[in-house]
Ligand binder design. Structure first.
Ligand SMILES: [Zn+2]
Length: 429
């Protein structure tokens, strides 16, 4: 457990409505004080220091949608490489999704990932447990055992739980065990495995498209099951305007439903897909400009609570198969903060404080993480330091083991200058 004094930065902590110049003192891994002039205190003269002059100091970013691929697909990503990618992007806590090989559907696999993360992880790793055995959508896992083993959420992400009766029971178990259920909303019959959104770009490219309704019918179903069970339902990677509208109405009625959007759906639309480049292929697909506008509105008004990457590494060979045949998914950990600073804060869609809320406090709240998403005294000493003026171009020199990034070559403004995890510097430029 480390001590650290972060000096001279602009501390932005929406959990305390704080936005002012201050020093942050972390003692034995926990936030001990946030105040101006700490650097001059004689008692702290010996503490290790990190200069944050000209920079923003935020509660450590949380990313609740990350595929670390271990066990089983270590050629695409590992816990070690994926968490180094997180640190470089300023993310201090990730939630690892369970669609590994084998799927994380029992307590011993949860223990494996947690042990590996403790030994090799550069940042905090939380684990989501599968909802069904092998994520086959047929038999429920032992949710209580998974929660006892320490999972932070239940999800079959990568796949939807198509059987609504099973979904109802999974929600009841998750609710009873006090963890949220994260759903990948997709009606597989409607989407039909189509590689892109059903719209103008699909027509021009001569590809099959997945309609927006493939997502929205499942969002509406989940809202109904949320009302039926009272369980906390979190909708992953919202992409369609009609889904945002459904969520807005559900929240107005006070239902405990939350939602996330990804940086790629917030920054890009189907018109941005370059040729047949599979680095623009993900599930759900990039949708129309109107859908993207609706996501931005939903993010600004709080209908969409959080930003999460859906970091989905695939080795280069697989993505070389082209749009139609390549697997779904793009990496995002090393670009999420910078893309959001450039496209959301620079363009005044979110204030810096709102961005901190959407990338940290909101996710800590959804996952019920007491010591995260805040720089209150006693909170975990996880801090993200932002250089808001850094100007850089995304290049394929990623810490991630994969290179499937739709933002390659993009000029961005702002980036993570440092990531601090429990008072220890996990990344610094
Ligand atoms: Zn998904």
């Amino acid at each position: 457990m480390a001590d650290l004094l972060i000096t001279g930065g602009r501390v932005i902590d929406p959990s305390q409505r704080l936005d002012r110049a201050a020093d942050v003192y972390i003692k034995e891994g926990k936030v001990a004080d946030v105040a101006a002039g700490l650097a001059k205190k004689s008692g702290l003269a010996g503490a290790p220091r990190l200069d944050a002059a000209g920079r923003w100091v935020l509660p450590g970013l949380v990313d609740m949608h990350v595929h670390l691929r271990e066990p089983g697909r270590e050629n695409d990503e590992t816990i070690a490489a994926g968490t180094r990618a997180a640190a470089r992007g300023g993310v201090t806590t990730v939630l690892a999704m369970p669609n590994t090989e084998p799927a994380i559907d029992n307590a011993s696999l949860v223990a494996f990932v947690k042990a590996k993360a403790a030994a090799e992880g550069a940042v905090n790793v939380l684990v989501a447990g599968a909802a069904t055995l092998g994520q086959q959508g047929e038999r429920l896992t032992e949710v209580a055992q998974l929660v006892a083993a320490g999972v932070a959420a239940i999800s079959d992400d990568g796949r939807p739980l198509m059987n609504s009766e099973l979904m109802r029971r999974a929600l009841e178990y998750a609710h009873g065990c006090g963890v949220p259920f994260i759903d990948h909303c997709e009606d597989l019959h409607l989407s039909g495995g189509a590689p892109v959104h059903e719209g103008a770009a699909a027509a021009v490219k001569g590809l099959r498209g997945a309609p927006w309704a493939a997502e929205t019918v499942m969002v509406l179903r989940d809202i109904a099951l949320c009302e039926l069970t009272g369980a906390r339902v979190h909708i992953a990677h919202v992409s369609a305007a009609q889904s945002v509208e459904a969520l807005r109405a559900a929240k107005r009625r006070g239902l405990p439903v939350t939602a996330e959007a990804t940086p790629h759906h917030l920054a890009l639309c189907d018109a941005d897909i370059e040729g047949y480049d599979a680095d623009f292929k993900m599930n759900p697909p990039l949708r129309s400009p109107r859908d993207r506008e609706a996501l931005l509105e939903g993010l600004a008004d709080g209908t969409i609570d959080a930003i999460a990457t859906d970091h989905a590494p695939h080795g280069p060979g697989k993505k070389a198969l082209g749009l139609a045949a390549a697997p779904f998914g793009v990496i995002g950990l090393e670009t999420s903060l910078a893309v959001c600073l450039t496209r959301l804060v620079e363009r005044k869609i979110l204030t810096p404080s709102q961005l901190a809320a959407r990338m940290s406090a909101a996710l800590a709240s959804i996952l019920g993480l007491k010591g995260k998403g805040t720089l209150r005294r006693g909170a975990d000493g996880d801090v993200t330091i932002v250089d808001p003026r850094a100007s850089w171009t995304v290049e394929a020199d990623f810490e991630s083991k994969s290179r499937n990034c739709p933002f390659l070559g993009l000029r961005l403004k702002g980036r993570a200058a440092a990531a601090v995890v429990g008072g220890r510097i996990a990344h610094a430029l």
